[in-house]
Design a protein around this ligand. Sequence first.
Ligand code: ZN
Length: 133
Amino acid sequence: MKLEHIGIAVKDLAAANELYALLIGKKHYKIESVESEQVNTSFFKTGYSKIELLEATGPESAIAKHIEKRGEGIHHIAFEVKDIYAEMERLRKEGFRLLNDKPKRGADNKLVCFIHPKSANSVLVELCQRIVE
Ligand code: ZN
């Protein structure tokens, strides 16, 4: 598994984009909305990994709930896997609690699945696999 990105919950994506551009030294390369998750996302390349900023677009969004409970900050870490179905099966057998039965379509052209924080020392872990089209 490779650390693919770190997801950070922000209140104001435009403001956070400017801040992270200053921090990292280059602009985000993509902004994408994921309707099903009620989020706007932006991505920054940082060497072999990325930073994903996440802004809620509705009150039911997991990002809105995260910010309400904990404020802004690190929301999840994401590992890239070659075969998400096989990894999900392996982790399920190892006793990890997965938040979805099947991979779903996430931002940045990925299939994603989340592991419950209770299974991973209070860290929300995303598995992701690039969709080849
Ligand atoms: Zn992510």
